[in-house]
Ligand binder design. Structure first.
Ligand SMILES: Cc1cc2nc3c(=O)[nH]c(=O)nc-3n(C[C@H](O)[C@H](O)[C@H](O)COP(=O)(O)OP(=O)(O)OC[C@H]3O[C@@H](n4cnc5c(N)ncnc54)[C@H](O)[C@@H]3O)c2cc1C
Length: 502
């Protein structure tokens, strides 16, 4: 058995590369693992990616980062969910929150009692039973208070952040803990003649970096996984036809929302993400339905502050690599796949890939096929579930432009079709063991898109109507009162984690 340290080489220093490096720095036994990260300043990073999911806090806690220091370093603000504007019909608004609806009333899920109350005309809109939605729409924020009986504890939160600053912050953190950074452009890749594994990568400087295992974080290029190993992209553009984005930062507006906003537009949708030092904006669109110039003009015409740069256009294709781990290469970040940022899932997917990779890391003796098989299984589950959830946003709308006609008439994956049927029949949403999203997320988007169940779980039938009306009324009042006790998001950030002027 070879006793030397296991050589792990991370290719790419964007958000994915430095998240992976930081996790290795935090958790791998340094006497057994040597970890190097190669990146090229000449090539740079994708430089977008500002909205996250609550799991990012778990990742930062896993590393042991200080929340205030991290938020200051990344110009971060808080995020309680995503507001969808005009997504069903023009004028519609709903929020997908990072929290639950209601609280236990009886044996059935709260949502089923709400469906009953709605059908009986005694329930307020669903949003009124969700503390993070009520607080967010008043631009208020507080940390969960830890009391399981308090409605002000029934949520999680995520961050809006500058992903470039996050990568830079993690770089300093990881280098201080022994990760070796190698600057240079990879120009060649050497493979082992017997196994087909990657043996080493060669830099333009002539340096060669050998490794036992490579983590491909090279962005859309997918240098090793897609390039050298030829692992194909499973193309999902038939369901998710947007293939471009124009992105532009603008001056921070007075409307400092603790939520991301996504507004449906003619050929896609526009994001708005408030950070401490600026607002991030972008128009995600299908190139077949709008020109780059028109998309950029639409974006600029719909900012709520002065643009700080010219719009930058990015191209992509929805899908994931057929295998995220092939030979001795694990792909993560954009190198492993991409799903449009409608539900802020890319950084989450990086996090999942890192966690599963650390659990399944082989020894120097060789890679048992059981390890990549399990990694690929769980990453497929993660991607498939997010894909279905994204498609759900597209399929029910007033079809007022070619893109929107196309997506309302397309065949959806069977997994999603079954989910919609079960929801329509009995308000049923299965809770997954692995992967995103939980029942409250599905309930929010179903109802927000105008897909409402005919009937609820039968277990909710037993509560008498007057008692049901009473419980629903009390709960909405308690949540409204609780939200009023929270400070404004702007005040909370200014006192908790004020970032220095950039
Ligand atoms: C329009 C858009 C909006 C997005 N919004 C969000 C969002 O709101 N939330 C979210 O979670 N995610 C979002 N993402 C995704 C997010 O930006 C990425 O997942 C994240 O930044 C990770 O990128 P990456 O590190 O994989 O790739 P990159 O940032 O592209 O980094 C690639 C790295 O590889 C290096 N490299 C490449 N080739 C070579 C070579 N030959 N030699 C040496 N080095 C090389 C580069 O120098 C760079 O360091 C968005 C993406 C896009 C396109």
């Amino acid at each position: 058995m070879d006793e030397g340290p296991f050589n792990l080489v991370i290719v790419g220093g964007g958000t994915a590369g430095w998240m992976c490096a930081a996790a290795c720095a935090a958790k791998l036994d340094r006497s057994r693992f040597r970890v190097r990260l190669i990146e090229s300043e000449e090539i740079g990073t994708v430089g977008v990616g500002e909205a996250t999911l609550p799991q990012m806090k778990d990742f930062n806690d896993f590393l042991g980062l200080d929340e205030v220091e991290f938020m200051q370093a990344t110009q971060a603000s808080f995020k309680l969910g995503i507001e969808f504007v005009n997504w069903g019909r023009q004028g519609d608004r709903y929020v997908h929150p990072f929290g639950t609806f209601g609280r236990p009333i009886g044996e059935a899920d709260f949502f089923s009692y709400w469906v009953r109350g709605r059908n009986a005309g005694v329930a307020a809109p669903l949003s009124g039973y969700c503390f993070p939605i009520v607080a967010a729409l008043q631009n208020r924020f507080m940390l969960p208070n830890g009391d399981p009986n308090d409605v002000r504890n029934a949520f999680a939160y995520a961050y809006h952040l500058d992903a470039f600053l996050y990568a830079r912050y993690l770089r300093g953190w990881a280098e201080a803990r022994g990760i070796e950074r190698v600057e240079g452009r990879i120009v060649d890749v050497a493979r082992d003649a017997n196994s087909g594994n990657i043996a080493a990568v060669a830099l333009a400087s002539g340096t060669s970096v050998a490794g036992d295992m490579f983590v491909d974080c090279s962005g859309f290029r997918s240098l090793l996984l897609g390039g050298t190993l030829g692992v194909d992209l499973d193309d999902w553009s038939k369901w998710l036809p947007c293939d471009s984005a124009a992105a532009v930062p603008s001056v921070r507006s007075t409307d400092f929302t603790p939520y991301t906003r996504s507004t449906r537009r003619k050929a896609g949708w526009q994001w708005r993400i408030p950070l401490q030092h600026r607002t991030g904006n972008g128009y995600v669109y299908a190139r077949k339905d709008i020109s780059d110039d028109e998309a950029a003009a639409t974006l600029l015409a719909n900012l709520d502050g002065e643009a700080l740069a010219e719009p930058r256009v990015l191209r992509f294709k929805a899908g994931k690599r057929d295998q995220a781990w092939a030979h001795n290469v694990v792909g993560m970040g954009l190198a492993g796949g991409f799903l449009e940022p409608l539900e802020s899932t890319s950084i989450y997917l990086v996090q999942m890939a890192i966690m599963h990779m650390l659990t399944l890391l082989p020894s120097r003796d060789g890679i048992d096929p059981a390890l990549p098989a399990e990694f690929n299984r769980v990453m497929d589950v993660e991607y498939d579930r997010i894909r279905d959830f994204l498609i759900l946003h597209y399929i029910a709308n007033d079809a007022d432009a070619p893109l929107w006609e196309q997506v309302t008439t397309m065949n959806v994956p069977d997994t999603l079709a079954g989910k919609i049927d079960r929801f329509r029949q009995r308000a049923f949403v299965q809770a997954y063991r692995d992967g995103l999203f939980g029942p409250p997320s599905w309930q929010a988007v179903f109802v927000g898109q105008g897909i409402v169940p005919h009937a609820a779980d039968r277990l909710a039938d037993t509560l008498p109507d007057d008692l049901l009306a009473d419980r629903l009324g009390n709960l909405a009042a308690t949540i409204a009162l609780g939200a009023k006790s929270a400070p404004s998001h702007a005040d909370f950030v200014a006192s908790y984690c004020p970032a220095p002027a950039p």
